[in-house]
Design a protein around this ligand. Structure first.
Ligand code: BEZ
Length: 239
């Protein structure tokens, strides 16, 4: 039985497709009302276990260095840990003044970092996973769309630094799926073929298999793909 159940405080885990749980919080960039302040934009809410730790520092340097790339894709970043505001401020100042990682130096973190000393937000988002740690958030990542819906959740353990190129690829793939009504296959990147979902009616499936649906190629009735213009995909990612 998990610890929360034993203590009689079962907090439901958020799920893909749910409305992102709402909260108000204090951050290094002022107060926020989440996710309402981000309506009309994508937002990535992510947690890290603790300030002044090495893996987390390497992650912040990497994510902050990519912030403009995410902004250009209409996506804001919001960090969170169960540390307090003054710890956050001191840690981010130390990162800027003293640390470098993979050639990035003097990195300023300009996105908000939430203080969550009560762990209210961390619990609401299933970031406290007692099998891993009871006093720290795991490395969680939530992709929330412009309507405030959770579209992807990824959880990593404390020891594992995230791959931020993959997080950007997830954002690109979600936006491409929305814009073109397609799915994206394994390791998809803009410019690669996309998956056309299985046809709804027998007639359409037959047309597809016989190559009658323009631009769609089928290896079998359930495995059909098509090309998308890479520039149109890149334009859609900017929206
Ligand atoms: C780190 O960021 O280095 C870290 C944080 C918590 C546990 C283990 C590693």
């Amino acid at each position: 039985m998990n610890d929360e159940k034993e203590m009689g405080q079962v907090v439901p885990m958020p799920r893909i497709g749910d409305q992102a749980p709402k909260f108000k919080a204090v951050t290094t960039q002022g107060d926020i009302n989440f996710p309402d302040d981000y309506k009309g934009r994508w937002v990535i809410l992510f947690s890290h276990p603790a300030d002044f730790t090495p893996v987390c520092s390497s992650e912040f340097i990497t994510f902050a260095s990519m912030e403009q790339q995410f902004k250009d894709a209409n996506c804001d970043l919001v960090g969170l840990s169960v540390d307090g505001l003054y710890s956050h401020i001191a840690w981010l100042r130390t990162i800027k003044e003293k640390l470098s990682y993979k050639g990035h130096t003097n990195v300023e973190v300009n996105f908000p970092l939430i203080e969550d000393i009560t762990m209210n937000v961390a619990k609401m988002y299933g970031m406290i996973q007692p099998g891993e740690a009871t006093t720290k958030a795991v490395r969680a990542v939530f992709f929330i769309d412009p309507k405030g819906i959770i579209r992807t959740m990824i959880y990593y353990p404390l020891s594992l630094g995230r791959n931020f190129d993959e997080l950007y690829r997830v954002l690109q793939a979600l936006k491409t799926a929305d814009e073109f009504g397609v799915a994206t296959p394994a390791d998809w990147r803009p410019g690669d073929d996309v998956i056309v979902s299985p046809a709804g009616s027998c007639g359409t499936a037959k047309d597809r298999m016989e190559g009658k649906e323009e631009g769609v190629e089928c290896q079998d009735w359930f495995f059909c793909s098509k090309k998308l213009d890479k520039n149109k995909v890149l334009d859609a990612i900017k929206k």
